[in-house]
Design a protein around this ligand. Structure first.
Ligand code: SF4
Ligand code: SF4
Length: 71
């Protein structure tokens, strides 16, 4: 599961464009990850302000370095 971890998002739309599964919904002042997400991580790596991050089964943030090791 991917989560929005901070409020730095500037709604650039890059993550929306890169998502191969149309799993990111961009609204005027927020983004949401929908159920089509496959946890491919593309959006996490592409976001220029590190707004997106994988979450563990309990909904806790998995840090980028940990995710990199698991990839
Ligand atoms: S790439 Fe990052 S900053 Fe841009 S819309 Fe997505 S989450 Fe927001
Ligand atoms: S992890 Fe992959 S499938 Fe999920 S929202 Fe990001 S780019 Fe789309």
């Amino acid at each position: 599961m991917i989560g929005v971890i901070n409020d730095k998002c500037d709604f650039c739309g890059t993550c929306v464009a890169v998502c191969p599964f149309d799993a990111i919904d961009l609204y005027e002042a927020r983004i949401e990850i929908n159920q089509r997400c496959t946890d491919c991580m593309l959006c996490v790596w592409i976001c220029p302000v590190e707004t997106l991050a994988p979450l563990d089964a309990e909904g806790k943030i998995i840090l980028r370095e940990e995710a990199k090791l698991a990839a």
